[in-house]
Design a protein around this ligand. Structure first.
Ligand code: ADP
Ligand code: MG
Length: 448
């Protein structure tokens, strides 16, 4: 058997037991090179790749190989040198071309662009203001621009997007981007080394100064003083300053009054938590970026449970990927449910309402919502109504009395009867059983 055939068979074997994305991520890029001394030599793209695949799939690969080969063939990875050469080439050519051109600020995140920033009512004003500042730095009255709001809502992303855009429009612009912690650290170091003049120059020569998380200046009086001077120099020469903060500047404690009043002479814009639609859009985007094809139902499910911040949405996608890789499991509802449960803990499923239940039952049974909660006693209506009552009791634990009130002012004994009926029927009647199960699954993943 040739080494190619042997790997083909092994690959097919692996495909039977591993999830698609694991195959795509970790096995698609593997290239069989040769058989030497009873070893199948497999080339992988880089060292990281090698370490991952070796630590996670060693036994799986050995097993598959054993299954498909009659002789006792072993295997060994080698790391491709192509990638390294390319990186080296890139480095060489970029050093050359950079002699004439200004270099992109090294600490700017190229991924954080306006294009990759999903807009919604929660952040559109902040995004528009950032864009306009990036297009014409220092020219508008948005100086300084302050983007403020809670954690994980895209402030740092916007700050870098401004940097990227300014640089894109004008590669010779001196874009300085730092966190306030870095600024403080540099300042303190310059004091220690008697290099405060160099320190000032470094910042005062910038065309655009982007400072992240200014709340960390809190209580650091000397740093604030230094920043105040830098700020004034830049401001007076019409240079753009953009800052991010966790609160509206007027409400920040521990910052000097004159600093705060300076800040408020520009424009302050806030970022708010994303609403449901924006969360779905962000999840679709992040899943795509990670090469992850998630069912829309799963996306909605995540969006329904993770609400406060974009970083957590991203985190959920990463965890789903990691969990599925590590445990060799396909990404399905139960895996996603586990991940989300770990994230949100007790608040899980807290946002289901009676309306949600009635709407879902109406979808499935095709009985209109108003009929389900209405008075009619027609057979097909009664069943949909009983199922709805049962689910309200079972999933939400609402009292019989309150359920009765909601469903057309019925007595609690009627509700009790409904719950019992569905309980019994779902033991005997496969159709009802299936229906109840799938409704529960869609409404509440604890029951999957
Ligand atoms: P903050 O600085 O407000 O704490 P970040 O800018 O670090 O938040 O955002 C956290 C993560 O969420 C980042 O990876 C960022 O790219 C992403 N993110 C935040 N808002 C958006 C958005 N509107 N569209 C796309 N990604 C976003
Ligand atoms: Mg940030």
């Amino acid at each position: 058997m040739t080494y190619k055939n042997l790997w083909d068979l092994t690959y097919k074997k692996l495909k039977e037991s591993l999830p698609d994305h694991a195959i795509n991520t970790w096995f698609e890029p593997v290239v069989p090179i040769a058989i030497a001394d009873g070893e199948l030599i497999l080339e992988v793209p880089n060292q990281f790749f090698y370490e991952w695949i070796d630590s996670h799939y060693r036994q799986t690969i050995s097993g598959a190989l054993k299954d498909v080969s009659s002789e006792r063939t072993r295997y060994r990875f080698i790391v491709s040198t192509k990638g390294q050469k390319k990186e080296l080439d890139d480095l060489n050519s970029s050093t050359k071309s950079n002699q004439s051109k200004n270099q992109q600020p090294p600490n700017i995140n190229k991924q954080y662009t306006f294009e990759s920033f999903i807009e919604g009512t929660n952040n559109e004003f902040a995004k528009t203001a950032s864009q306009s500042v990036a297009e014409e730095p220092g020219k508008s009255s948005f100086n300084p621009l302050i983007i403020y709001g809670g954690v994980g809502l895209g402030k740092t992303h916007l700050l870098h997007a401004i940097g990227n855009r300014v640089f894109q429009n004008n590669p010779s612009a001196n874009v300085v981007i730092v966190t306030s912690e870095r600024f403080t650290l540099d300042f303190v170091n310059s004091l220690r080394k008697n290099r405060t003049i160099e320190f000032s120059q470094q910042y005062r020569n910038s065309d655009v100064l982007l400072i992240d998380d200014i709340q960390f200046f809190r209580g650091k009086e000397q740093t604030q003083e230094q920043f105040f001077h830098t700020f004034n120099v830049l401001y007076q020469s019409g240079k753009q300053i953009v800052m991010t903060a966790d609160k509206y500047p007027g409400e920040m404690k521990g910052l000097k009054e004159r600093l705060l009043s300076r800040f408020q002479s520009g424009l302050s814009v806030d970022v708010q938590p994303p609403n449901f639609e924006v969360r779905v859009a962000i999840l679709l985007d992040k899943a795509e970026q990670n090469g992850l094809a998630l069912d829309y139902d799963i996306i909605e499910f995540i969006a329904r449970h993770i609400k406060n911040n974009v970083r957590d949405l991203e985190g959920a996608i990463i965890r789903i990927l990691a969990k599925s890789s590590l445990m060799n499991k396909e990404i399905d509802f139960s895996l996603v449910k586990d991940v989300i449960k770990e994230r949100v803990g007790a608040s899980f499923t807290s946002d289901i309402s009676i309306e949600d239940i009635v709407r879902k039952v109406s979808d499935v049974s095709r009985v209109p919502e108003n009929e389900i909660i209405g008075k009619s006693r027609k057979m097909e209506l009664v069943e949909a109504r009983q199922i709805s009552m049962y689910l309200c009791r079972d999933i939400m634990g609402i009292s019989l009395q309150n359920i009765g009130v909601y469903f057309g002012g019925r007595d609690h004994t009627t509700v009790m009867h409904a719950v019992k009926t569905i309980n019994n029927k779902s033991l005997k009647d496969v159709r009802i059983k299936k229906m109840v199960e799938s409704l529960k699954q869609e409404l509440d993943f604890r029951f999957v």
